[in-house]
Write a protein that binds this ligand. Sequence first.
Ligand code: NAD
Length: 354
Amino acid sequence: MLTINCIGAGRWGPNLIRGFSNLPDVRVHMVCDLNEQRLEMVRQRIPGIETTTDPHAVIDDRTADAIVVATPVQSHYALTKQALDAGKHVLVEKPLCGSVEQCAALSTLAKTRGLVLAVGHVFLFNNGVRKVRELIHSGDMGRVHYIYATRTNLGPIRDDVNASWDLAAHDISIFDYWLNAPAESVTARGECYLHRPLDDVVVASYTYPDNVLACAHTSWLNPKKVREITVVGEKKMIVWDDMDLIEPVRVYDKSVNLERESEYADSFGAARMIIRDGDVLIPKIAAGEPLQAECRHFVECIMEGQEPINNAAAATQVVRALVATDDSMRAHGAEVSIEAPVESGAQELVATGI
Ligand SMILES: NC(=O)c1ccc[n+]([C@@H]2O[C@H](COP(=O)([O-])OP(=O)(O)OC[C@H]3O[C@@H](n4cnc5c(N)ncnc54)[C@H](O)[C@@H]3O)[C@@H](O)[C@H]2O)c1
């Protein structure tokens, strides 16, 4: 039996509490939140659960094997460090920390202490996202030209981070996972329309190796809830729509071919563009709740001493890209290089066979 305690019971924490409570051989023992009303809600949902407003009580609980941190990002570093120092495995929500240096410090601490440090990049456990990765790496779509992500809705409006840290964190983790590499540079524009110092809309373009362009449009100030990513390849195109619960992935057998040996070709190398408009394939996607799979993976990694696929190295890459996105926005869209990592998180994903 594994005992897990949770810090943070706001909008997202209760989902993690439920995810772990559903697992056999796992018990959620204590929940901490600074807000007593949130704790009252937890007590009503899970009779008998212990609650506290003191994070130390949860971390120092001698019966706990692992701590879940589901608080705003500003507190991730301190709470995760305390938990790792106390010898607990940690699942901390995304983004891992507010700075690359803090991410690196936590990653090193977890490794030194032999503890599992996983980060809540839940889309790595989404069966549609996994299917798209499989399709990209099958080679059937040729090289990837560009990727375009839209993640919009009216709310929830955060007051701790901008739309990029809240929403593009997901898209960057997906881009890295699909392309097996971190982004090399970014140009981004953002605007604050709600009269606060936080950007409500961010439009960012990341350059990946081999000149793959990956764009993310994120906003909580938009009439429509969209969670969609288009991948345009040399031979095929794919659309993943997370709002489509039945058929989230569509593969379009469409491309533009260059025909050089035609009457239109001239001596300067001009070629005829042939539009190929083929079938649309809808692959079967296995049912499954990504959050539940994330909780199960964390527990398995603890039990089997494995490195999680949502590890600190991969999460640090996301933070590196988010910091560069902010820098580019401050420089009115100038291209900002994303410092090459010493150790690539995406490469570690490959190493784990995912
Ligand atoms: N993986 C996902 O899809 C997903 C979705 C939503 C949120 N999140 C992440 O989850 C985290 C929390 O987001 P949220 O939407 O639940 O925020 P929230 O503001 O709704 O809730 C945060 C809760 O943490 C409590 N809290 C803050 N500091 C604390 C501390 N030091 N000790 C104990 N409790 C503390 C607050 O009282 C609040 O109840 C963020 O990192 C966010 O990015 C992830």
